[in-house]
Design a protein around this ligand. Sequence first.
Ligand SMILES: NC(=O)c1ccc[n+]([C@@H]2O[C@H](COP(=O)([O-])OP(=O)(O)OC[C@H]3O[C@@H](n4cnc5c(N)ncnc54)[C@H](O)[C@@H]3O)[C@@H](O)[C@H]2O)c1
Length: 307
Amino acid sequence: MRVVVTGGAGFIGSHLVERLTLRGDEVTVIDNLSSGRRENLPPGVALTEAEVADLTAIQPVLAGADLVFHLAAVASVPRSIAAPLEVHRSNGEGVLAVLEASRRARVPRLVITSSAAVYGNASGIQQEDDPIRPESFYGIDKAAGEMYLQAYCRLFGLRGLAIRPFNVYGPRQALDAVYGSVIPRFVSRLQAGLPVQIEGSGEATRDFTYVGDLVDGLLLAAVAPDAVMDGRPVNLAAGHAVSVLRLAAVLGEAAGISLPPLHGPARIGDILHSQADISRARTLLGYAPRVSLEEGLALTYRALAGA
Ligand SMILES: NC(=O)c1ccc[n+]([C@@H]2O[C@H](COP(=O)([O-])OP(=O)(O)OC[C@H]3O[C@@H](n4cnc5c(N)ncnc54)[C@H](O)[C@@H]3O)[C@@H](O)[C@H]2O)c1
């Protein structure tokens, strides 16, 4: 099968590319290497270094593709707030260009990555039919991407699903990202033999999802029955709420360091609780997360800390 992965040189994309290559697919990656790296790609994978919003550049790459995964995006809420127009070019115009190129190339199936950020600051367990309330430009572009996909499915018969991942972690997650997420920040501290620094009380919860489970879900989404590929959103997560305090404790165990965490002021605008209802993914896709938090964090610590 000929598969195109946009953002394939990034964290999640490179894990997906690895799995596709292992099962024998012919994979081409479109990436501008802004946060992704060529070294993340397995040998034999073709890379087109291009802006995903550049229709002229990406159109020929999609010609003849059986399946497209669209992951390219500036995956940062703070960056979207600092530079809304620049990020919109990647995240908003990017998804539209991929949809238009897919329509022109008659790509049979498309899986795009939206985000749990479309739910905004909603409390409780997030379900796909809940009203969306994105609170950042990142979330707004992701919500727009879902709506563009639905319109392309409705108007042009494209077949696709919009995946909403929740806090994905795992090997190859950037340790040095300017807007790094909590796990790489904790790993850097533990690696240096220092206690982790928690912003706020640590009672905030997140649905931490191991990257291998997310990739399982993306691959299952690509083979969903035609009738459900109408652009609808599907949550992909572990389906459990884990507090930042528990995360710090489990990661400390993985690192063999038991120092009490330090606490700083809570970050303004951070949401308190985030947890996915994953019953749609279970029912429609047969998705079942397999990696426990303990296992996932041990694998991640070893890979990120080089331990
Ligand atoms: N990591 C998470 O927890 C998470 C959660 C929800 C959604 N997502 C989404 O999943 C996707 C992958 O995220 P990730 O965590 O692997 O991030 P990442 O930054 O590691 O990967 C994004 C990739 O897209 C590329 N890219 C960025 N802008 C581009 C552009 N304009 N043109 C071409 N390539 C471009 C980057 O170089 C990188 O390789 C993104 O769409 C992100 O929004 C991630």
